[in-house]
Write a protein that binds this ligand. Sequence first.
Ligand SMILES: [Zn+2]
Length: 403
Amino acid sequence: MIRSDRIQKDIQTLHQFNQTPGNGCTRYSFSTEDRQAREYICAEMEKIGVPVLTDAYGNLLMFGQGQSDRQVMIGSHIDTVPNGGDYDGILGVVSGIEILRHFHEESIILEVGLVVVVFAEEEGNQFRMPCVGCHSMVNLKREEALNRVRDDGKTYREVMEAFILKDERGSIDFSKVLAMLEIHVEQGPVLWREDFEVGIVEGIFGLQRYMILVEGVSNHSGATPMDGRQDPMIAAARMIQAVRERGKAAMPQVATVGCILCEPNTINIIPDSVEFSIEVRDFDQIKIEATYDLLWEDFDRVAEDEGVKWSKKPVGTSPVIRLDQDLIGQMDRISEELGVKAQRIVSGAAHDAAIVAAFAPTEMLFVPSVDGRSHCPDEYTPIEKIVPAVRMAEQWVREMKSK
Ligand SMILES: [Zn+2]
């Protein structure tokens, strides 16, 4: 039986390995707290005879045996943002652990092996790159990932090598991996608001980012009449307003200005230039581009009105990820069979699963986040809203055939 008390105990125990007790949970990969968390997981696996190894990139692997050499993966992460919650990532790991316990307890012999994975350094806090462990594992940007440098000058590779004991190495052979599943908190309000138990994830928003530079004429704030100004701050304000309007008109698309820089940034000077970011995310790449086309027209009009120049610089893009259609259909059916109240959903945030999706059929299940809160101490999902997704995952593993 999938036991909610054990899942709850895992969540509570992992919470204790925490740099900021009393103010959310802070646990960075390869920290003392991470070591304590990994030791707890190893001890739990030892109780049921599941070997735990670490791959060459710092990811923890729990190998549940199957009759064939084919494998399915369930995984997520246990590192957190500073003062984060107890559920983001952690749920995907403790779900896999509970499923392994259940198979052991019921003496269920699986056709395929179940590997539960703790992906290292998902949040990207230390090395300013998300999903470093996962990127390295699938050999996507591996060298870039391993050579990322932390504030103390040490690379990911150095920090990870110093942390991992040499004699506990293992690896995943992706040619043997049939599928991957990640259970995760929604981190948004939809499932909670509409009282669903599980979100069957169809895919993950793509995104495109730009930096916009608006250049005007810098001048004395007291001596320059209002009607003669070429003020890039006013132009930028109108452009930022347009970003919100275009995003709202294309919902569920989201459009955000998250960063702004002003020169010379002084109280008595009309600025010389203002630079700001735009990020547009959508489940349809064409719609992202359509929003930008409209924005560029808006910006041309504003620039003409305000007598300023503007230019754009692309600073990052990430493609729309569509998860595996067969697995989505299988999850639809399993939810019906188990009487789980589920609905299809699209993820606005990226996850380890989004990276694995390019290498193996991949699916995600979301559980509700109370009030849509995440990456904060208030992040919470009641246990009765966690168990349905774990039961679905358990059935999913049992159904997998070696083919
Ligand atoms: Zn996460």
